[in-house]
Design a binder for this molecule. Structure first.
Ligand code: SF4
Length: 355
């Protein structure tokens, strides 16, 4: 079995009761079968477990019923670490599983992970470890997976080309993904190899700057936030506020706000393009190869780009609200809140991918 980890993986450590938020509120945690069996045997009368739906009950504020006033887990303190279900035990570690491969990431929905990823200036690489464990999945499409892995390397190379603007990098990953998607839909998966060769040569090109008509480009992506199920009322309020502040006064005003914001970022957050790169890379590295199961390459890349646009728009809104200023903590907050809204709901992930 091969295990992969981003090179910032071991830098993470949970700050527990010092955390500005908690991982145990706002989403319904599904209990895995093994843990359910254990709870039925050892704690069958506990009312904090919804036995019928196999989830933890919620108290006010959609907080897990085991979460106490100090934002610590009573299950952990009363029953011990080994009693935690798989989701709680792993979080914020996330694993994507493929035949003989486990890809580990850290979820951006944890504020400490968001802080780590957004502060990470080096180019992200992936560390590999291997052991003798073997797994056979007769339905796994090895050939398709290997093509997707190669395609993902090209996506990484485009995303990490810091000579190019983020707009040009996103444009290029989208057009590459469209070509790969066309190959899949025409039952010509080997065509992906041709697309890889074509885009390898594009890596040497010098791009001219794109024009800055933000309104049309961003509005269609921002609107997708309204298609998602609401997990957090505060996020829904922030979305309405952003729509009002950025789009209500029409195209000209919207473009003007984007231009001013961009200039402000260039002057005050010199590394902002590296942050956007890390966000895109996070979504591509976590979800892209999942296309081996559904063939939806373009949906995975669109999700990454739309996620960056939505985070950016929410930051612009905060910047307007803060009288043209933004702190690193604001960027962390918006990023992890967005990730919670999207990634803590399979329905939302599917909706976002359904281009
Ligand atoms: S959100 Fe992250 S830092 Fe906060 S308690 Fe959970 S794992 Fe720890």
């Amino acid at each position: 079995m091969l295990y992969t980890y981003p090179n910032y993986y071991n830098k993470f450590s949970c700050v527990a009761d010092k955390c500005e938020d908690t991982c145990c509120a706002g989403w319904q945690i599904l209990i895995d079968d093994e843990s359910m069996k254990k709870y039925k045997k050892e704690h069958k009368n506990d009312r904090r477990i919804d036995w019928e739906n196999e989830v933890f009950c919620h108290q006010a504020g959609k907080r897990c019923a085991f979460l106490n006033d100090k934002n610590l887990c009573d299950m952990y303190t009363q029953w011990g670490k080994e009693s935690l279900c798989v989701t709680c035990d792993r979080y914020p570690r996330h694993i994507e599983e493929f035949e003989n491969i486990r890809e580990y990431t850290l979820s951006l929905s944890c504020p400490e992970v968001a802080r780590l990823v957004l502060n990470f200036k080096d180019k992200v690489t992936f560390i590999e470890k291997e052991d003798d464990e073997e797994e056979v999945d007769e339905y796994f499409d090895e050939m398709m997976f290997s093509l997707l892995e190669n395609a993902r390397v090209i996506l990484y190379s485009i995303l990490q080309n810091r000579e190019w603007s983020i707009q040009n990098r996103t444009k290029l990953i989208l057009s590459f993904a469209k070509e790969c998607q066309k190959c899949i839909e025409e039952f010509n998966v080997f065509g992906i190899n041709d697309a890889i060769i074509k885009y390898e040569s594009k890596l040497k090109i010098n791009f001219s700057e794109t024009n800055n008509n933000y309104y049309k480009k961003t509005l269609s992506k921002f609107k997708r936030l309204y298609e998602l199920e609401v997990l957090n009322d505060l996020w829904a309020e922030m979305t309405d506020e952003a729509a009002e502040l950025i789009y209500a006064k029409g195209e000209e005003k919207c473009n003007e706000l984007h231009s001013k914001f961009k200039h402000w970022l260039d002057e005050n957050v010199p590394d902002h393009n590296i942050m956007w790169e890390q966000i895109l890379l996070y979504f591509i590295s976590t979800y892209f190869c999942g296309a081996v199961y559904d063939g939806n390459v373009i949906g995975k890349v669109e999700t990454a780009v739309t996620s960056l646009v939505c985070i950016y728009e929410m930051l612009l809104s905060r910047w307007i609200k803060n009288d043209c200023s933004l702190t690193f903590d604001d960027i962390v907050f918006v990023t992890y809140m967005y990730s919670r809204e999207l990634e803590h709901s399979d329905i939302n992930l599917d909706t976002m991918e359904d281009v």
